[in-house]
Design a protein around this ligand. Sequence first.
Ligand SMILES: Cc1cc2nc3c(=O)[nH]c(=O)nc-3n(C[C@H](O)[C@H](O)[C@H](O)COP(=O)(O)O)c2cc1C
Length: 368
Amino acid sequence: MATEEKRLETILFDMHLQSPFILGSGPLCHDANSLIAAHKNGAGAVVTKTLRANPAINPIPHICSVSKDKTLINAEKWSELPYQTWVDTEIPKACESGVIVIASIGHTPEEVQLIAPLVLQAGAKALELVSYDERTMLDMVCKARKLTDRPILAKLSPNWNAPETLALQLETKGVSGFTAMDSVGPVLRIDIHTRRPLVEGENGRGWLSGPAIKPIILHHIAELAFQTNLPIIGLGGIETAEDVIEMTMAGAQAIGLCSSLMTHGLDYLPLLIRRTLELLDLLGYATLAEIQGVFLSEIQKERPSYHFQFTQEKCIGCNLCNLACPYGAQYTGKSGFSLKKNLCHLCGLCGSVCPTKALSFLPTGAFL
Ligand SMILES: Cc1cc2nc3c(=O)[nH]c(=O)nc-3n(C[C@H](O)[C@H](O)[C@H](O)COP(=O)(O)O)c2cc1C
């Protein structure tokens, strides 16, 4: 078995990362010390908070947890520190501590022209360009490519019409890879006691991140990986080792984390690294690299048939599967599993709500 370091080793462009985990742009990247803390906890690289011509002033409040699974809504803007401070002190300090810094720049070509040469000179190893508007992204990449040979990541947004079509256009303009993706929105939640929005963004609107957005992001990662061979940093809703494996199978080469480290704390990262290695063991894989994009070939195979699997010892009699059946087709409990085949539509919901995996609905040939 390869050493633990080897198993998670990631080479992104020409950068040798200590792990595939990349701290995504957000409040945990607000200055040099926060970048250094992420590096010490095992991040392979860190993206700065987005730098713009003028520092941000954020509305109050601007981040809120909106569900038990810690999905977030935020109306946070770009860096509150001026870009010149990043250039003069923050990026050099982080680089001196061994951090691989990816500088995030938004949101216009003019700001790329102004900030990109300075952050690269200060030690940033790559650029990540971010825009609210897909039309400006092409110009931003063109501008950046004229300025540097270093890797340029385009951060794609799930809120754009056709991010994959844009990705292909960006490829012709010299983009090196993609960060997929930004938070989802605009979204709204209202506090029914105060009648105010939960975050005080423009018109009370904010942007969704964390577990709720993972299926949206996975869809785009798989689509992107299908259409381009450029590296993809999968970012959006990743919290558990299972999420890491899922994102990698969809085609991500590196794993971005933002909300989950905000809600669990940075010292959750070493735990996530350990759990990812344990899960790889359990699933019988040596490295993340060997499962990158395996979904893409799997989905092209003929659709399998499915079968029920029931393990009596695992059943806790919670009744959730019975409640979930829209057709009254199955009964599961202390007396076992019985199915009225003439009523069952093979929808699969019963197996998916079982908390102990006593009941599962699996592709033929697969067993838990
Ligand atoms: C509070 C907060 C602030 C963020 N600030 C930025 C930012 O300045 N620049 C940027 O490109 N993305 C920013 N993001 C988006 C994240 O980098 C990431 O794309 C998104 O949250 C999805 O990942 P997650 O589900 O792991 O959080 C921010 C996200 C949050 C939650």
